[in-house]
Design a protein around this ligand. Structure first.
Ligand code: BGC
Length: 449
């Protein structure tokens, strides 16, 4: 597929549908990022002891796990569009409760609700986008979702920075109301996924949708026949896992989702300022500013994936990104092996962190979401994505809970070397287990058993 036809498939209509759904990613990024700045002031206002402070940060991840667990079945039952609408309403409620919380328990409840919203959207937004995307630009369109996550994270850093003087944590948490309203309003106007419509037997509407997506009767007829073919197999829900091919897809999806986390990205996203301080940036302002640079690199480098993922393919980008992450983590470990990070060692540490985030942003970040939204057969796609995404949140929870313990127990060099080694494990896993899915019709994708 050449550039011309790829861009032709990125029709404004499809781009609009994907962009509205990607707002779920924006809220995901914003709501996970914003707490790092807000917590300082919440701790002061509610006079929180250390234990409650940590729980105020992590309760959102507990909500994410619950949301991810149920979202797939909801999406298989009420549809992708309605599930994204529900996610928007949950985000709205969570942001309002958190921002207006009169006491710590209410704030915890609000953050838990926000977590459920994130869990929902992390399953259904990439799922919906991959199902409305034409095959030649599916990778780029799902990457848009990852791009929105990174914009959300960056926006959270900037909002935290802007309100840091006044300590207005209620505004920091409450501003999420704005994108939530746009998501709810937008999803009202968006179409249902044609695949879901075929699945529930509404072939006429499904066909209309396919024609609007492709604007080409031959291409949409091709998609239709591959979707109908895939629906001939009747088993769905948990009984579908009796099929070895579905079990294999689950194994690949869950492992990829865990590997995305255990290679350490959220140590930098959540604990960036602390790592920068370890690397010799003493002032708070300096380390927060460096963190903003991390956010910008994360955002900017995701564009590389949008541009290349449907041209060079998923696997080459993964190899390149993981290779860069490995080098960056080992360089970071080398720098931290010295007792003081003065002079060039400090610069090595800082540039390694940027290299690490930049390489993640064009590879493991977007491509894991792309692959887990592609590899499950339609009849079990919602459930499969739920389980893989749940694994992603469990990995996220474990890494973020134990990072500081690892640093204290094993030391910084060994901690970062372990993340580096896991990048190599990921390369090997991708090489032998992951199919190349670029430009393949969604229903033709098979994970070999
Ligand atoms: C991951 C998040 C991470 C973000 C960073 C996402 O793909 O799932 O855990 O914080 O990327 O950009």
């Amino acid at each position: 597929m050449r550039l011309g036809s790829q861009i032709a498939c990125m029709r404004p209509y499809v781009l609009l549908v994907a962009s509205v759904a990607a707002l779920g990613g924006l809220l995901f990024g914003y709501d996970t990022g914003v707490i790092s700045g807000a917590i300082l002031f919440i701790t002061k206002d509610f006079e929180l002891p250390a234990r409650l402070q940590a729980f105020t940060i992590s309760v959102v991840l507990v909500g994410c796990m619950l949301g991810a667990l149920v979202a797939g079945s909801v999406a298989d039952r009420v549809g992708r569009r309605a599930t994204l609408l529900i996610a928007g309403v949950i985000f709205l409620a969570g942001a309002a409760v958190s921002a207006l919380a009169p006491t710590e328990p209410v704030l915890l409840a609000g953050r838990f609700i926000v977590g459920i919203g994130i869990g929902f959207s992390s399953v259904v937004a990439p799922l919906y986008i991959s199902e409305v995307a034409p095959a030649p630009s599916r990778g780029a369109l799902v990457s848009l979702y990852q791009f929105a996550i990174t914009v959300g994270i960056l926006a959270a850093y900037l909002v935290d920075y802007a309100f840091a003087q006044s300590g207005a944590w209620r505004w920091m948490l409450g501003l999420a109301v704005v994108p939530s309203l746009v998501l709810v309003g937008g999803m009202f106007l968006m179409p249902e996924s044609p695949r879901y419509l075929f699945k529930v037997g509404d072939a006429a509407r499904a066909r209309d949708e396919l024609e609007r997506i492709y604007d080409d009767p031959v291409a949409s007829a091709g998609e239709e026949s591959s979707i109908l073919e895939s629906l001939r197999v009747k088993s769905s829900g948990f009984e579908a896992f009796a099929d070895p091919a579905v079990r294999r897809a689950l194994f690949v999806g869950v492992t990829l989702a865990i590997l995305q986390q255990v290679t350490g990205i959220n140590t930098v996203i959540y604990y960036g300022p602390q790592i920068f301080q370890m690397a010799g940036i003493a002032s708070n302002t300096g380390s927060i500013l460096a963190q903003t640079l991390v956010g910008t690199v994360n955002c900017g480098m995701t564009l590389v994936a949008i541009f290349f993922v449907d041209r060079v393919g998923r696997k080459p980008l993964l190899y390149a990104g993981l290779g860069g992450m490995f080098v960056a983590l080992e360089a970071l470990a080398f720098a931290f092996a010295h007792p003081r990070l003065s002079g060039s060692l400090g610069s090595i540490a800082l540039s390694s962190m940027m290299l690490y985030v930049g390489c993640y942003a064009f590879s493991l970040g977007p491509i894991v979401w792309i692959l887990i939204s592609e590899i499950f057969p339609l009849r079990v796609r919602g459930l499969g994505m739920s389980l893989a995404t749940l694994a992603n949140w469990v990995g996220n929870f474990l890494v973020s809970q134990f990072f500081l313990t690892m640093v204290n127990g094993l030391g910084r060099p060994l901690t970062f070397s372990i993340y580096g080694a896991l990048c190599i494990v990921t390369v090997l896993f991708v090489r032998s287990n992951v199919p190349e899915t670029k430009r393949e019709l969604l229903e033709r994708i098979r994970v070999s058993t």
